[in-house]
Design a binder for this molecule. Structure first.
Ligand SMILES: Nc1ncnc2c1ncn2[C@@H]1O[C@H](COP(=O)(O)OP(=O)(O)O)[C@@H](O)[C@H]1O
Ligand SMILES: C=C(OP(=O)(O)O)C(=O)O
Ligand SMILES: [Mn+2]
Length: 536
């Protein structure tokens, strides 16, 4: 599968050509004959613009500083700003309704239909806009092609037209705002208008793979991070919606990082779709998250991070632009990275990360295979402030397959592939609550990161599998009675909550929400899976 390796696309920060420096551009405008033809066929005005490919970091910095008002941070990272949109706009994301993919797509609230003609209009709008720009460049978080791959580069498998600085037209059919993100599987193209948030393009690519991998290759795409033990070579997948800890917990000094967000579980192992990470910067510190902190240097891009005007030091505690401050860095910047990001080994453990804002789910539970299917389909967690437009505090949500905003097929298709693979390779599954404990959001606090790390270590060492377990009622979960280094009461929320009555009330409330949410999938699953959920 080479699709993402060659994806030529435009960065969210489209660069202008500076005429005084045009010799630089000529040097890097290394498009070869067939590319020129391809781009002019696509509608680009090749007499007017230069498409620069794979320019070095220094040149991209110069461009961004000169033309975008970007800043160099004290550690050498580039600081840039995405304008009005600082998170994803799920209501403005659409998929083109066309013959080749229409029967596979799960139409409904997530996948909004767009007709082929409207796509053409927006595509043309994007290209027209890009033609008015002096330069268009391509460089991002995806896997960078090797020189050999570049030399043999044929037609692109997929193109993203990112005209994020230019709005959608509100008189165009179906537009609900000035933002539109749309995928066309027949044309193998994506168009972005009216948002410069980098996560939109990154997650757009994930949606593309969430369709192509299962449908065209029979492989399972995962909204998960993945790492591999340095000593044992054991592979762990961490599923989770935004803000649950995929990036944070997969950066682990004892393990090699395969990737922090988007993977494929293939017949032979696990591979990363991307070539870089996109970490949250809010309250980042060298002490709590050293690998991520140290990855923020020359060649990384900070997005919407406030800086000290004198020292140019980023202030990770300042959320005045957004809580969703980010840093994109190449995966090589993590000291323990598995490069290339692929392992020929089947996973040993699956960790389902949830951020429970009710504070009633235990920090760790061992799931049976049926419970794993149930929780995967339910996808309970909270939305993190800032990652989506309009989310201001943690909002409980059921994000099926821990990837609802990016889902393309019916959830049951991913879930059955997952169950099949887990059974075949005898994978252990753990539900980890990185959210609130001993009280809900507003009264309690988030499970301290050091305890979650201790739990994850105990999963990897095999210690947790050997622990003594007790039953956690209502949800019928197996939870450890003790784990050295973690206060006993923290392991069992029924002990941790001082107000027992309030605890029972919240627990039952959440159980009721599960039952309601799972009703959507009831008819698609085995009786055993249906019964694996909470009982009030
Ligand atoms: N117990 C915990 N486990 C994981 N992350 C935590 C925990 N407590 C607080 N956090 C914070 O929550 C955020 C998790 O975000 P991140 O790892 O980027 O999630 P994801 O990659 O799944 O979107 C980070 O800012 C991290 O510092
Ligand atoms: C970038 C995103 O995801 P994550 O927080 O998982 O990195 C996102 O949801 O916009
Ligand atoms: Mn992440």
């Amino acid at each position: 599968m080479v699709l993402p390796h060659h994806t030529p696309y435009v960065t969210p920060h489209i660069l202008h050509k500076n005429y005084a420096q045009s010799h630089d551009y000529e040097q890097f405008s290394n498009l070869i004959g067939r590319d020129l033809e391809y781009f002019s066929q696509a509608g680009f005005d090749m007499d007017r613009i230069q498409i620069k490919r794979n320019a070095p970091v220094a040149l991209l910095y110069e461009d961004a500083i000169r033309n975008e008002g970007a800043i160099i941070s004290s550690s050498g990272a580039l600081i840039n700003f995405s304008g009005k949109k600082t998170g994803r706009s799920p209501k403005d994301k659409r998929i083109v309704f066309e013959d080749t993919s229409k029967d596979d797509i799960w139409w409904g609230s997530v996948n909004i239909k767009m007709d082929e003609h409207t796509f053409e209009i927006n595509r043309e709008r994007a290209i027209d806009y890009l033609n008015t720009r002096d330069n268009v460049s391509q460089h991002n978080m995806l896997i960078r092609p090797t020189e050999e791959q570049l030399a043999n580069f044929g037609e692109p498998d997929f193109i993203i037209y990112n005209a994020g600085q230019f709005p959608a037209n509100r008189f165009t059919k179906g537009m609900s705002s000035t933002t539109s993100v749309e995928i066309n599987f027949k044309r193998m193209e994506m168009v972005i208008l009216g948002t410069e948030y980098a996560g939109e393009m990154k997650k757009g690519v994930f949606s593309v793979m969430h369709y192509l991998q299962p449908v065209k290759f029979g492989q399972l795409s995962l909204h998960s991070s993945a790492n591999v033990g340095i000593e044992n070579g054991d592979v762990t997948l961490f599923f989770g919606l935004s803000g649950t800890g995929k990036t944070t917990l997969s950066a682990d000094p004892r393990r090699l990082l395969i990737g922090d967000d988007e993977h494929v579980w293939s017949d032979t192992g696990v591979f990363n779709i991307e070539g870089g990470c996109y970490a949250k910067c809010i309250n980042l510190s060298a002490e709590k998250e050293p690998d991520i902190f140290n990855a923020i240097r020359y060649g990384s891009i900070l997005e919407n991070v406030v800086y000290n005007p004198l020292s140019r030091a980023p202030d990770y505690d300042d959320v005045s632009i957004t809580e969703n401050t980010r840093c994109a860095y190449p995966i090589e910047y993590i000291p323990n990275a598995q490069i290339p990001c692929v392992v020929d080994r089947q996973p040993t453990n699956i960790i389902m990360l949830t951020c429970d804002a009710f504070g009633v789910l235990p920090p760790v539970s061992r799931l049976t295979p049926e419970q794993a299917s149930y929780h995967f389909l339910a996808g309970y967690t909270s939305k993190t402030p800032g990652t989506e437009d309009g989310v201001l505090e943690p909002i409980p949500t059921f994000s099926t397959c821990y990837s609802a905003p990016f889902i393309v097929l019916h959830p049951g298709r991913y879930a059955s592939m997952l169950a099949e693979r887990m059974a075949k390779h005898k994978v252990d599954c753990w539900l980890i609550n990185t959210g609130w404990t001993a009280g809900k959001f507003g009264t309690g606090k988030r499970c301290p990161l050091k305890y979650t790390r201790r739990i994850v270590d105990a999963v990897h060492s095999g210690e947790l599998a050997q622990a003594e377990f007790e039953n956690f009622g209502t949800f019928n979960l197996s939870i450890p009675t003790s784990l050295e280094g973690i206060p006993r009461e923290l392991l069992n929320p029924s002990i941790a909550w001082a107000d027992k009555e309030a605890f029972q009330k919240e627990l039952r409330k959440l159980a009721g929400m599960f039952t309601k949410a799972f009703a959507l999938y009831e008819s698609d699953v085995d009786e055993k899976v249906r019964l694996a959920g909470p009982h009030i």
